[in-house]
Design a protein around this ligand. Structure first.
Ligand code: PLP
Length: 271
């Protein structure tokens, strides 16, 4: 009999973007690219294309919990990635559920706005993210704009980014990755900070409007690598390279902020 090799199971708890650029569809494609089996619980149904978000219909906290319960009854989940959690009720419910069903790796992508600029989360939810969810996270992955809004501070310099990263670590998160710093410069700076120290990634800024869902994709890729047993400091540069390739190979769909290619030619994930 041939032995069946089990794929690591990774769960996305996020919004549904019917255009497939962001949210659970982007997450599931990323999970597949990294050889993981993807599950998803939808927190909000959004109505959008590459040009704009036309509306959102949030799920109730009960509906989110009812999606999660059967999955945890049946699957051994190696990692969770959270994305759009639109309000404090849903964040509280998800945090309570995770506390009752601990999972080794939890990557929290604090989604605040759509790529086209619509607020996807209300103000009370910010406090719930910081107080309820971040303490459970192995990693939190805000971009500079999200980190700014979460901290209420300006993030002009790398020193300020590091101070905000420190403040986010103080919430109890295991690590924080702030992406896309040093706006205005041709180099983009990412700051990764955990209990062991700080690592900076300086790279050429990628000028493209084919970036819809890149935050979701980066966080999902890191969740998969952690699920596969890679250490965080190894996972971040692999995931960043994957996102850069996914942008470079974007299919050029839609008239607005187009989606990336989650299966870029040339990207081979070494198992
Ligand atoms: N999640 C959903 C459901 C979205 O619609 C969006 C953006 O439109 C995002 C997350 C955030 O996308 P990004 O990864 O580009 O930050």
């Amino acid at each position: 009999m041939t032995e069946v090799k089990k794929q690591p199971v990774v769960l996305s708890i996020a919004g549904f973007d019917p255009s497939g650029g962001a949210g659970v569809l982007a997450d599931i494609k990323t999970f597949a690219a990294f050889g993981c089996y993807g599950l998803a619980a939808v927190t909000s149904l959004t109505f959008q294309n590459t040009k704009r978000v036309y509306g959102i219909m949030n799920q109730s906290a009960e509906s989110v919990l009812e999606q999660l319960e059967p999955l945890f009854n049946d699957f051994e989940i190696c990692a969770i990635k959270t994305g759009m959690l639109p309000n404090a009720e849903i964040i509280g419910a998800v945090a309570g559920f995770i506390r009752a069903h601990p999972v080794a790796h939890i990557v929290v992508d604090p989604v605040l706005k759509s790529t086209s600029g619509l607020e996807l989360i209300d103000d009370q939810a910010l406090g719930a993210l910081l107080n309820d969810l971040f303490p459970l996270a192995s990693l939190v992955t805000p971009n500079v704009v999200e980190a700014q809004r979460l901290s209420g501070a300006d993030l002009k310099s790398r020193q300020q980014m590091e101070r905000i990263a420190e403040a986010i670590l103080k919430t109890g998160a295991g690590a924080v990755l702030i992406t896309g710093g040093d706006s205005g410069s041709s180099l983009a700076t990412d700051v990764l900070m955990d209990g062991q120290g700080t690592e900076l990634f300086n790279e050429e800024r990628i000028e493209s409007n084919q970036t819809h869902g890149t935050g979701c994709t980066l966080a999902s890729a890191i969740a998969c690598l952690l699920a596969r047993g890679r250490p965080l400091r190894e996972s971040v540069p692999i995931a960043k390279r994957y996102v850069a390739q996914a942008i470079a190979a974007a299919p050029g769909l839609g008239e607005g902020n187009g989606p990336v290619n989650h299966f870029p030619p040339g990207f081979r994930f070494e198992r």
